[in-house]
Design a protein around this ligand. Sequence first.
Ligand SMILES: Cc1cc2nc3c(=O)[nH]c(=O)nc-3n(C[C@H](O)[C@H](O)[C@H](O)COP(=O)(O)OP(=O)(O)OC[C@H]3O[C@@H](n4cnc5c(N)ncnc54)[C@H](O)[C@@H]3O)c2cc1C
Length: 503
Amino acid sequence: MTDTVLIVGAGPVGLTMALELARYQVPVRLIDKMTKRGDTSRAIAIWPRTLELLNRAGASAELIALGNKVTAANIIAGSEPMARVQFDDVDTPYPFALMLPQSDTEAVLERHLERFSAPSELGVELITFTQDADGVTATLRHADGRVEAEKFGWLIACDGSHSPIRHSLGLSFEGGTMGTDWALGDFHMTGSPYPLNELFTYWHEDGPLIFFPMAPGRYRIIASLAPSNGAMPVPPSPEAFQAIVDRRGSRNIVLGDAVWTSTFRINERQISTYRAGRVFLAGDAAHVHSPAGGQGMNTGMQDAINLAWKLAMVCRGLSANPSLLDSYDTERRPVGAEVIATAGRLTKIATIHNPIAQHIRNVVAHFALGLSPVQQALKGSMTEISIGYHDSPLNDTASGNSQAGKRMRPLDDEIPYGAGDAPRFTLRAGRASGEPTPALRSDLVDPAIRPAAHGAGIELVRPDGYLAVSAAARDWASIETYLDRLAKGSRPRPHDAALRHAG
Ligand SMILES: Cc1cc2nc3c(=O)[nH]c(=O)nc-3n(C[C@H](O)[C@H](O)[C@H](O)COP(=O)(O)OP(=O)(O)OC[C@H]3O[C@@H](n4cnc5c(N)ncnc54)[C@H](O)[C@@H]3O)c2cc1C
């Protein structure tokens, strides 16, 4: 039996998964059948919560140095401003959306992975796999035709929306396809009505037109086309893009050279379970949705971060019960479902075609999006800082703890972790709490105690920065009880019954 983890797919999600496991000193192999990385921009938005989480592997500073910080999003209907959402007052060390081509994001993650001597292996394809109670046996084919079979402890499918692993497991990918075709283009551009740090959307009777500022004079443009009808359309010519911009946007905007153009259709689908025995699915392999809101890649990376510490605790034989792994599905599937629902709603609102309904939408949006609670809700969901695991089986419910599962803001002096990290819970405590009891020493908890953000009580924070327990001052017993429960495992392992062969 080996605890080496095989990660299939070295896109942003597979890279994040490998980086997290490698810094927790779990042996990994990250393979991808592509022989060369793509150089197109694809996902260009990285949201604050993702930056908070990637900072623990030391990757955020380099990403930020390469990207463009966007601090506001505007919606315009005709020539009338409808709404403005600002990110610069969000309570995070990263109060902005970072615009960075996916190819650059992948290059940064790859460089960080190399620090842990675990680079991705390109030109290696997973052909088949079988699993049993001890592990997963995978057959891999190299680009030169060489075939190898190896046994791994676990298999993680980061193999994208067409996931061969999902197909092998026979897992359904429920959902459908939205009925409109879309065009996107990365253009050199002049005449933007907004500064470089603001993105803007036009709601027009023909459909929406969105501008993402990527770098000085360079923008990602997305526009809806006609209703889907048969084959995927070819991307519009630069002249056709300019005509769309003139009609739906502003005649002051002048498009220059196109760096990349493409068309796409929106699928909204989610897998029925994120775990099948020793196989986990993450990223586009588990959920796909509208790019409205730019959450796809971010959601996948956060899947990886949620799973990595749990798997690391189990692989390293720390005193956490393996049933901990079941919480990956319990926690991340509802998040995926919510992202699909929200992105779908935003897309439907933006693509309303009936002129009367458009008028009503504009009036309602102008009013509602000016309300502070609506603004806060929108900010929380776009920046992903409102994501939490409030119904998680990992939450301490014994002490009537209603805050458990919430995101914990990183501490201002938090430094990135490095090689040799263990996946550990951290303690934050007020002065009045004194020292922890000797019985609390556990290989699951970092011995250093940080100051509590609120009051004098004790907070136990998960390795992925969510609150596990909030206890009263000096109530170290609640923390002990929680860790004891984690070691014993309080729930059955439904996925064990789902172990089966695939390939
Ligand atoms: C045009 C476009 C714009 C987008 N814009 C945004 C945006 O603004 N914000 C956002 O968050 N998201 C956006 N997305 C979505 C984003 O690109 C995806 O969510 C993201 O790439 C998913 O990452 P992933 O790692 O899960 O999968 P992928 O990036 O698809 O990677 C899967 C990898 O698995 C490999 N693979 C498959 N099968 C095998 C096998 N058998 N053996 C070995 N390797 C295999 C593939 O070669 C591939 O490299 C956009 C997508 C597109 C297409």
